[in-house]
Design a protein around this ligand. Sequence first.
Ligand code: MN
Length: 243
Amino acid sequence: MIPTIGMVADVTMRKNSFADYITDDVSEAIKKAGGLPIIFPTSDSKYAEDFLSKCDGMAFLGGPDVDPTLYDEEPIPELGYTYRQKDELELELVRQAYAAGKAIFGICRGIQVINVGLGGTVYQDFPSQSDRKVLKHFQAAPLSVTSHHVNVMAGSHLEKIMGDYPMVNSHHHEAVKDLGNDLKVTARAADDCVEAIESMNSDQLLAVQWHPECLYTKYPEHDALFTDFVNRVKKRMQDVDAV
Ligand code: MN
């Protein structure tokens, strides 16, 4: 059976409301890697369990900032727009998917949602809140090209996929701050900004701060993130079948 990959749609703002949408890049990257995407609309978090029952793995995508009151902070002026209902659904999906042993992949906002879902915090605005001189993490060039390096931790799962010093694109002002439970940092930029996290003792979870879906057609090492994800989903499906 083709593995099914659940993901909550991204959201855009209309004049008086939000609207779910999905660009084709992540879906196409997952299909190329051998998975079948299933898009969930933003919904009350009570639907998380039913949504999860429809998919073998979960991807958490780019999108708006995470509502800081969900990790016990009040919003600072530099915070972008937030959408609490989407946050609550995705935080619940993170917790349930992780507890259920499903393979998880995070992209950009996804790394933040995963970290907060597992008890961590994020910088609402890394450039103004970091006590270091920061890199340009909001590149002016299109996301189809790379702009800064990341240092990947030796022995990490990410190192097996991308090597120890890949270039990535960058389109974020939030960043992971305090780590959630059972997570480890496996890549940082030169300014110490967290660029990738993984589950502590398994390959169940990998999340990156950049946008590989904008790079996978031209850069094999970014395409490899999607292949790895679908393979992690398949491996866990076999493990479940074997029980
Ligand atoms: Mn970056």
